[in-house]
Design a protein around this ligand. Structure first.
Ligand code: GAL
Ligand code: CA
Length: 337
C-alpha cells in the first residue's frame, strides 16, 4: 500500500517537473468579437458544451466589438495564468499583436472565424486557425439562385436573360464578406446567367441594418426590378425579408416573391425556409467549428501534438482546420433544424 502510494507520488512529481498539464489543470481563456452575433453565439455554446465533455475549464468573454477591449482581455488572461487562448478577433489585422502576446508566454493560441494573415500564422509554432472556406459558401449561395432561375423561368421578370440582384455584404475587411460576395456572383455567371447588380452595400452581418439597407434599395430601384437578394449571412437576408414583407412580398403570393438566400443556417433562417419566405442558405457549421477550437486548445494546453488523432479533425499544414460548408435547400433543410 504505502509503497504504491510513494510510487505514485514519485511519478506525479516527475510529471510535474516535466511540466505535464492534466485535463483538470486546463484553463482556456476565450474572447468572442461580440456576444450579440447570432452565428458566433452558436459557436460559443458549442465551445462550452465540448469543454464540459473534456473536463477542462473554459472562460469566455465578450469583446464588445472593440479591439482595445479584446487586447486587455488577453492581457488579463495571461496574468491569470490560462493554459491556452481561443480568440475570435474583432479586427483580423490585429491578430499579429495578439499572437505576439501568446508567443512571449509560450501559450497556445487558436484563432477562429476571422483568419489571420499567413505571415502571422507562420510566425509561431503554437498558433492554429479554425474556420471555413468562404469561397465555398459564396459558390453554394450563388448556386441556390441559379437552380431557382433554372426551375422558374419567370424569375427573370424582365426577360432579359440577366439576374438583377441586390447584395447585402458583411463587415468590411472580413474574408467571409469579400469572398462570399465575389464567389456568389461568379457562381451565377458560371451557372450560365448574365448578372446586373442593382445595389450592394454592407449591413455588418446585422438584421436591422439588413432591413434598412433593403428598404433603401426598394425605394431607389423599385420592387418589380429586383429579381434576387443575396445576403453574406442569414441575419442580413432575414432583415431583407422583413423589408420585402412590409411591401406584401414573400408572404405566399407567388407573383409577389423574390428569392432571398443567406449563409449560416441559423435557427431563424431554417424557420423562414420552412415558412417559404427564404429560398435557401448554407450551413456554416457552428458545432464543428466550436468543437475543433476547444479540442485544439485543450490538447495544446497539455503539450500534445495537434493532428487528426488528437482532435478528430484533419489539420492542414499543421495549423488549419477547415470545416466544410453544406448547401441547404428545401429538400434537406429539416436535417439541420
Ligand atoms: C461569419 C458568419 C456571420 C458572422 C461573422 C462574424 O462567418 O457567417 O454571420 O457571424 O462570421 O465574424
Ligand atoms: Ca432579368
Amino acid at each position: 500500500m504505502r509503497k504504491g502510494l510513494l510510487f505514485s507520488v514519485a511519478v506525479l512529481s516527475i510529471l510535474c517537473v516535466a511540466g505535464a498539464v492534466f485535463a483538470s489543470d486546463v484553463l482556456v481563456g476565450a474572447c468572442i468579437y461580440k456576444f450579440d452575433d447570432t452565428f458566433m453565439t452558436g459557436v460559443r455554446n458549442n465551445m462550452k458544451a465540448e469543454m464540459e465533455k473534456l473536463g477542462g475549464e473554459l472562460e469566455i468573454v465578450d469583446s464588445q466589438n472593440k479591439q482595445p477591449v479584446q487586447n486587455d482581455q488577453v492581457d488579463t488572461y495571461v496574468t491569470k495564468g490560462v493554459t491556452a487562448l481561443v480568440v475570435n478577433p474583432v479586427d483580423r489585422t490585429a491578430a499579429g499583436p495578439l499572437m505576439e502576446k501568446a508567443r512571449a508566454e509560450g501559450l497556445p493560441i487558436v484563432f477562429i472565424n476571422r483568419e489571420p494573415d499567413a505571415e502571422v500564422m507562420k510566425a509561431y509554432d503554437k498558433i492554429w486557425y479554425v474556420g471555413a472556406r468562404a469561397e465555398e459558401s459564396g459558390t453554394q449561395s450563388g448556386e441556390l439562385i441559379v437552380d431557382y432561375f433554372k426551375k422558374n423561368p419567370d424569375a427573370d421578370k424582365n426577360k432579359d436573360g440577366k439576374i438583377q440582384y441586390i447584395m447585402l455584404r458583411g463587415e468590411q475587411g472580413h474574408q467571409d464578406a469579400t469572398l462570399r460576395t465575389e464567389y456568389s456572383i461568379k457562381a451565377m455567371k458560371d451557372g450560365g446567367f448574365d448578372v446586373e447588380e442593382l445595389g450592394s452595400d454592407t449591413a455588418n452581418w446585422d438584421k436591422v441594418q439588413g432591413t434598412d439597407k433593403m428598404k433603401g434599395f426598394i425605394a431607389a430601384v423599385g420592387l418589380d426590378k429586383i429579381e434576387a437578394v443575396l445576403g453574406n449571412n442569414d441575419d442580413m437576408a432575414l432583415g431583407a425579408i422583413e423589408a420585402l414583407k412590409a411591401e406584401g412580398y414573400n408572404m405566399g403570393d407567388p407573383k409577389k416573391y423574390i428569392p432571398v438566400v443567406g449563409v449560416d443556417a441559423t435557427a431563424p433562417a431554417l424557420e423562414a425556409m420552412s415558412k417559404g419566405t427564404m429560398l435557401g442558405t448554407v450551413l456554416n457549421d457552428a458545432k464543428n467549428q466550436g468543437w475543433a477550437a476547444v479540442r485544439i486548445a485543450f490538447a495544446a494546453a497539455q503539450g500534445k501534438a495537434i493532428d487528426k488523432e488528437a482532435i478528430g479533425y484533419e489539420v492542414t499544414d499543421g495549423k488549419y482546420v477547415w470545416i466544410p460548408y453544406v448547401k441547404v435547400t428545401a429538400e434537406n433543410y429539416k436535417e439541420f433544424m
